[in-house]
Design a protein around this ligand. Structure first.
Ligand SMILES: O=C[C@H](O)COP(=O)(O)O
Length: 549
């Protein structure tokens, strides 16, 4: 079913509606009702509202006469009134039809002291008249009496009549005078009429030629700047222009607009959620593709990365030992040792290239030329090496190798016939904020996903979580498997499932003979890039032997 708002956000609409109702009711109570449906609304001419049209319907009365004759009583009307033999007993008159009642039929003003009817002089006055309406002064709010007195002074300054209409007793009027210092005249008007005129006790009415120009609650009486000009030149003397349809529209907008914005935001949120879910499902589908059993199509590799640990003599000794170990017992995976540049040529001499591959730990991002201290891919290749490690986190971290620099290096290494062991991995902080996938994807996107499918055949990937390198803290086999599965799915997205199935992806980071069997048993882990444990032939062989378990 189509929804305007999601279930989880429904509460906002409900709460907003409740708050909206309360705010509208509160405003109506504190000021005046938002809509005035009574006969004394702004714009009404009171004398006109009191008029009875000439052809107006008159009330109809019927009189019944009770007569008696010979002990028998009977009722008659004027139409069948009997002869004089009947004796009149009683009569009753009832109104059978109501006549026309004008909308304003109960407005009168009487002087409190003399009782003189002032209705006409109030309503027929040419110009403005202030009427302070206070049905019962004993319960009137006196907190704004300062504003009332100021208005009275203003009225006096500009010769505007000012009356207080009330239904209160003389005692209540005196009490009000004592409290507020009121000097304006008090007149008597029917209590119900006063309550109908304005829903505020006290409230203020401004008449002009008998027409209601404006009305105010005691909480919003005109004051200050509004009283600085004569009433004819001030906004005070003008009828507000807000029409009922305009007000209705304004209220609808206040209600609808925020809800429309909320609905749009909600729909956007629901849509992005749907997109994220879809992406997740697509990824999961890819994961599932690679999550079954290890492919026989791709190479299993154990590669050592000696880093900057051994001098030339030590390196040659280690290389010989590894070579001998591999000769004595053939490995059932590819074995590679990656050494510092100065070892390459010498180590190449002692290795059986069919059993142990050789690689560099780095190469230059320039082809050739005046780059003092650099070693080009071509130079590496010329030593007899077949591999080069690129993108290692230590190169990124300590030597500022960016994705762009690495992209250049990868291109040059491939151009000169080297296979690239390309490293990627996240920091501890990135993993803790669950950004490992995005980080790894960005590293691949930035440096190797630009390669052609043909070039890709010479790429080996190595996932090395930075927090596990040389720390003794290995990623669990499940963590490593999950990441490698994710990496393979990104390769599949880029190059297709078949290429992804053929890509060897290694795990690196505190990998040892003790944890290698568990790690290598995972369907997506095709071997290891080994640091510390590659510096002793026995340790390194222990890891290589994990493939035999
Ligand atoms: O290249 C190798 C990795 O940096 C792993 O080093 P590690 O085995 O000493 O933790």
């Amino acid at each position: 079913m189509f929804r305007f708002i999601s279930e989880s956000n429904q509460w906002i609409v409900i709460n907003y509606t409740i708050v909206f109702i309360f705010v509208c009711s509160g405003l109506s109570l504190y000021y005046l009702p938002l809509f005035d449906f009574r006969p004394y609304r702004i714009g009404t001419n009171i004398p006109r509202g009191m008029e009875i049209p000439k052809d107006a319907e008159q009330p109809l009365f019927e009189t019944t006469f009770i007569m008696e004759k010979g002990g028998q009583r009977k009722e008659f009307t004027l139409n069948d009134y009997p002869d004089s033999t009947w004796k009149f007993i009683d009569s009753k008159t009832v109104q059978v039809k109501e006549g026309y009642i004008p909308p304003i039929h109960d407005f009168s003003v009487a002087d409190r002291k003399t009782g003189k009817d002032l209705t006409d002089s109030v309503l027929r006055h040419k110009g403005y008249t202030f009427l302070l309406i206070a049905p019962y002064l004993e319960r009137a709010d006196d907190s704004n009496f300062g504003d009332i007195d100021q208005l009275y002074e203003y009225a006096q300054t500009y010769n505007i009549p000012f009356y207080c209409l009330t239904a209160s007793t003389a005692k209540a009027i005196q009490r009000w005078r004592d409290i507020t210092g009121a000097e304006y005249p008090f007149c008597i008007t029917d209590e119900t009429t006063l309550k109908t005129i304005v829903r505020s006790n006290p409230g203020l009415l401004l008449l002009k030629d008998g027409t209601i120009i404006n009305k105010w609650s005691h909480n919003q009486l005109p004051n200050g700047a509004k009283l600085s000009l004569p009433i004819t030149q001030s906004a005070l003397g003008k009828m507000p222009q807000d029409s009922v349809p305009g007000k209705i529209l304004e209220i609808i907008l206040w209600f609808i607009l925020p809800l429309t914005l909320l609905t749009l935001a909600d729909r956007l949120w629901a849509w992005s959620k749907w997109v994220r879910l879809k992406e997740k499902k697509d990824k999961q589908r890819l994961y599932q593709l690679f999550n079954k059993k290890k492919s026989k199509m791709r190479k299993k590799i154990v590669a050592g990365n000696w880093k900057m640990n051994l001098n030339l003599q030590e390196g040659i000794v280690l290389a010989k030992e590894i070579n001998e170990a591999m000769t004595a017992e053939k490995p059932n995976c590819d074995v590679v040792i990656c050494t510092p540049f100065i070892h390459l040529a010498s180590v190449a001499q002692v290795l059986n290239a069919d059993l142990v591959g050789l690689g560099a730990e780095n190469c230059a991002d320039k082809e050739k030329g005046a780059f003092t201290g650099e070693v080009s891919a071509e130079m590496v290749k010329s030593t007899g090496a077949q591999y080069v490690i690129l993108g290692h986190s230590e190169r990124r971290q300590y030597y500022g190798e960016t994705a762009e620099i690495l992209k250049e290096k990868v291109q040059l290494a491939l151009k000169h016939g080297l296979k690239v062991i390309f490293c990627c991995g996240e920091t501890l902080e990135e993993r803790e904020s669950n950004r490992q996938n995005a980080v790894v994807k960005a590293e691949l996107d930035g440096s190797v996903f630009n390669l052609t499918a043909e070039e890709w055949k010479n790429i080996v990937l190595a996932y090395e979580p930075i927090w596990a390198i040389g720390t003794g803290k290995t990623a669990t086999s499940d963590q490593a498997e999950e990441m490698l599965c994710y990496i393979r799915s990104t390769v599949a997205e880029k190059y297709g499932k078949e290429v992804a199935e053929e890509t060897s992806i290694l795990y690196g980071g505190s990998c040892k003979a003790s944890n290698a069997p568990e790690l290598f048993s995972k369907p997506n882990i095709d071997g290891g890039l080994i640091g510390g444990a590659s510096l002793k032939a026995a340790d390194f062989k222990g890891i290589i032997d994990a493939w035999k378990k």
